[in-house]
Design a protein around this ligand. Structure first.
Ligand code: NAI
Ligand code: MG
Length: 499
């Protein structure tokens, strides 16, 4: 029974203790209101200017949260890609490639600062275009993108220390293709090290997320970057293939699906092009019985539900030590009952919109396969908006290694839980995958963390945390997760020739 004071209050009364995790309190809407300053139409960015595509064709970019149109985006054909490469080669030969590193640094610092100045506007644009919660684009994507430019600006005049005892030189023009899960951040990961080293760039963003890339083009203009140093061509797979296969490219860098990565690798076999690939993942997040379980649960939730699970290094497989498996599952269920799914522009939203209808279909199909193959599914009963692409956070328990949901990349807010009894079994299960991008270990025991970090075949191993990033820290995969590193000194080495 509510007390008299609670009856009088206009605020919802405090629920009985057993209901604290049962019901989601309604919050008042808290929409972010900054103006994203969108243009109705975006052209290609070639030679420092916005230019119409030679074909005159455009495609539509929508907001996955409500399916409404945001802007028209130019569709680049082969001749537009040629023009972008010609501009990049010219800039490499005449300006950017010849400039001393200390001068290049000034431009890259300027890009970082201009991005910070417009951070809120960029965060809103990123959320509208891609569907991720505003609190993530505001607190993670945009600040991390700026941090990558700052970090690499700091390297540009210190390149003699990238490979001590050796001299480094830029490669020339690099071609880059990026995915839709971190549109601005992936762009920063790609262009900042390339520019610091003195390369020039032709980049294609993903077809569903072009807007922050083209807004960054405005910043490149404002920074006075020499025309042609960075060129953006927009379009889908065909445009991407033209960027990756172009004869002018000295190096190509790709982030996206393993399937497309393999197509690109096959098409470039036998050429002299350097290549780096950042592909899919099926990371194991491993929880031992001595772990701080409440912290681990937060880490598991962050590991898989962050950005709707559209994360190549998402902790999509939870390996939990048998003695604590039931407790962890109960805690996880309680935790995801109170995740807020819905309008990505609301500051309280935890899980926003799935990036596209195609991706939503792929997630739903894999979840169906989990149910059919006999795993036990749990989803909270949260209401989903009537329009837009949404998926409830989903947990599968009783998963075995042969289930599709344990093997295939789902790229959505879906966690598959497996159990283990011994350290060796945990390692064996974690490594039993075609991928090897990342892993997480939760334990109180330092020696076990060190052992696991050696035994796990993954590019990144997080200990008692998950999804932590820093520009100084190299990121990249083992096995079918790709090769090459982004970030840190190692990332710069992938953009230079050594003499
Ligand atoms: P995708 O690999 O088709 O797209 C990534 C980028 O590659 C986009 O810019 C796309 O336009 C471009 N592309 C497509 N075909 C190409 C080609 N033949 N040559 C050159 N570029 C090409 O990924 P998609 O279809 O958007 O997502 C499918 C699955 O891939 C997801 O469900 C997820 O499992 C995985 N994925 C993994 C990512 C990662 O960061 N590792 C990122 C995006 C998707
Ligand atoms: Mg695709």
């Amino acid at each position: 029974m509510p007390t008299l004071a609670e009856k009088k209050s206009t605020r919802p009364s405090r629920p009985a203790p057993e209901l604290i995790f049962g019901d989601l309190w309604e919050f008042d809407p808290a929409p972010e209101t900054a103006d994203p300053k969108l243009k109705p139409r975006y052209d290609l960015f070639i030679g420092g200017e916005f230019v119409a595509p030679k074909s005159g064709k455009y495609f539509t970019s929508i907001n996955p949260a409500d399916e409404l149109k945001l802007a028209d985006i130019a569709l680049a054909g082969r001749d537009d890609v040629d023009a972008a490469y010609a501009a990049a080669q010219r800039a490499f030969d005449t300006t950017w490639g010849r400039m001393p590193g200390r001068e290049r640094a000034k431009y890259i610092f300027r890009i970082a600062r201009l991005l910070q100045d417009r951070a809120r506007e960029f965060a809103v644009a990123e959320t509208l275009d891609g569907g991720k919660p505003i609190k993530e684009s505001r607190d993670f994507d945009v600040p991390m993108a700026a941090a990558h430019f700052f970090y690499h600006a700091g390297w540009a005049d210190k390149l003699d220390y990238v490979a001590p005892g050796r001299r480094v030189a830029p490669l020339g023009v690099v071609g880059q293709v990026i995915p839709w899960n971190f549109p601005l951040l992936m762009l920063a990961w790609k262009i900042a090290p390339a520019l610091a080293m003195g390369n020039t760039v032709v980049l294609k963003p993903a077809e569903t997320t072009n807007i922050t890339c083209l807004k960054l083009a405005e910043i490149l203009q404002d920074a006075g970057l020499p025309p042609g140093t960075v060129n953006f061509v927009t379009g889908a797979g065909e445009t991407g293939a033209a960027v990756m296969g172009h004869s002018t490219a000295a190096k190509v860098a790709f982030t996206g699906s393993t399937e497309v990565g393999k197509i690109i690798m096959r098409s470039l076999a036998g050429t002299e092009k350097k290549m780096t690939m950042e592909l899919g993942g099926k990371a194991a997040n491993i929880v031992f019985d001595d772990a701080p379980l409440d912290q681990a649960v937060e880490g598991i939730v962050n590991g898989i539900f962050f950005n709707q699970g559209h994360v190549c290094c998402a902790g999509s497989r939870l390996l939990v030590h048998e003695p604590v498996a039931d407790r962890v599952l109960a805690k996880l269920k309680n935790r995801i009952r109170v995740l807020r799914v819905g309008d990505p522009m609301d500051k309280n939203t935890d899980i926003g919109a799935i990036n596209s209808k195609e991706q939503l279909g792929k997630i739903a199909a894999l979840v169906d396969s989990g149910v059919k193959e006999g795993a036990e599914m749990f989803q909270p009963a949260c209401k989903l908006p009537a329009k837009g692409y949404y998926f409830r956070p989903t947990i599968f328990s009783g998963v075995s290694m042969s289930h599709r949901i344990a093997r295939e990349e789902i790229f959505g807010p879906v966690l598959s839980i497996l159990t283990f009894r011994t350290v060796d079994e945990a390692i064996e299960k974690a490594n039993n995958t075609a991928y090897g991008l990342s892993a997480g270990v939760w334990t109180d025991k330092g020696s076990r963390i060190l052992k696991m970090s050696v035994e796990l075949k993954a590019g990144v191993v997080w200990a008692n945390t998950y999804n932590k990033f820093d520009p100084t820290s190299p990121f990249g995969g083992y096995k079918e997760s790709g090769f090459g590193r982004e970030g840190g000194r190692q990332g710069l080495l992938d953009y230079c020739k050594l003499a």
